[in-house]
Write a protein of this length. Sequence first.
Length: 88
Amino acid sequence: MFNFEEWSEKVFRIIDRIELDGGSKENASGFQEELNDLWLEMFQHQNDDSVQFLQNVLSNTRSLMDGKMNKEDFEEIISGMRDMALNS
């Protein structure tokens, strides 16, 4: 079973280290590799509700960034997803 809280903590620890590092390019590939490993770990749990939620957020974020969705629609979709997740 996927432990979303533990996984999130790992992501936040890496982000904290990136911020402390000041975004140096020499350490970027190591941080990127760690984050990629965490994404791969998460995607091994396709049936978990939290993983499906994150995949939907990622998909909608890509659509927004690619110009296939406007900001208002994105915010409405994400808000609805959040409400459904909190109320289930």
